[in-house]
Design a protein around this ligand. Structure first.
Ligand code: FES
Length: 290
């Protein structure tokens, strides 16, 4: 039997093969073995995950599972919970989710490897995402990414996509990634730190920003909540927020609209334009029976 590593363009023969020899991974730098399902043996899974996820995380996972009529619906927030502990989705994290939600590790792995928000390698204290989609790219996003990649690199090597400057998790460590449209095209070129926006950036501003992060500072995003760190944000994405309302307001709930974003609505309001009223009973198009 040929293997993908020997003849990457050949169609693989059917049948089981070691995980590191599958075509499951989209790119050659993905560590397939690290994310591949291992055993579903319950005792083994429990002992593998117990060292990593403590009683508090177990309780939070149970709380997530109970939020949905079908517990498997809790998988996406639970993967964020896993990242809030380890800074990525490890094999233990996959096993943990599978055990909590009565899924197979293969099912969890399939979801975790589908979405780019789930990281396959440990992230830095901060995740810096530079929009290199078309509009931001032509406005300067490509130049920002290139400058940061060079600035954060070492020994003459540029920092690559999803690579980390510094030891992952250490204070001041930064994972760089290029991102597709970050839904702020009117403010491009944009970048995000831990998913908070820095609008209308230049390469020089981006370099100043990452230098401040490396010094342990937390510059205020252009809009939205104050900066924390990647793991804290992952806990929020899992659905766990500060309980005290005033802390919640100051930590999480901040104004996110921008003048540019509201300009169209303002023009419409000034001119008295309104959208057509939706009829009470809108007729639905006929669908062809299958
Ligand atoms: S193209 Fe960058 S935010 Fe849309």
């Amino acid at each position: 039997m040929t293997t993908p590593s020997q003849h990457p363009s050949d169609t693989p023969e059917p049948g089981a093969r070691p995980a590191e020899q599958t075509y499951a991974a989209a790119s050659p730098d993905v560590d397939v073995k690290a994310i591949a399902p291992e055993s579903d043996d319950e005792m083994l899974v429990e002992s593998r995950t117990a060292d990593v996820f403590d009683a508090d995380i177990e309780a939070k996972a149970a709380e997530l599972a109970a939020r949905y009529p079908q517990s498997r619906s809790a998988l996406l927030p639970m993967l964020h919970l896993v990242q809030s502990v380890q800074g990525f989705v490890s094999q233990e994290g996959i096993a943990f989710c599978a055990r909590q939600l009565d899924l197979s590790e293969a099912e969890v792995s399939a979801v975790a490897t589908f979405y780019t928000m789930y990281k396959r390698r440990p992230c830095g204290q901060h995740l810096v995402s530079v929009c290199t989609n078309t509009l931001c790219a032509v406005l300067g996003g490509d130049a920002i990414y290139a400058r940061l990649s060079e600035h954060l690199g070492s020994d003459g090597e540029k920092l690559g996509h999803e690579q980390t400057a510094g030891e992952p998790g250490d204070p001041g460590s930064i994972t760089l990634e290029h991102a597709e449209c970050l839904a702020a095209c009117d403010l491009g070129p944009v970048l995000q730190v831990n998913y908070e926006y820095f609008d209308n950036q230049t390469p020089e501003q981006a370099v100043e920003l990452v230098d401040a992060l490396r010094r342990g500072e937390k510059p205020q995003p252009t809009r939205g909540a104050p900066l924390t760190d990647f793991k804290s944000v992952e806990r929020q994405l899992a659905g766990f927020f500060p309980e005290a309302d005033d802390v919640f307001r100051s930590d999480v709930d901040s104004p996110s609209q921008a003048v540019e974003t509201l300009r169209g609505a303002q023009v419409a309001a000034d001119r008295g334009w309104t959208a057509p009223v939706m009829p009470e009973n809108a007729p639905l198009p006929d669908l062809e029976a299958k």
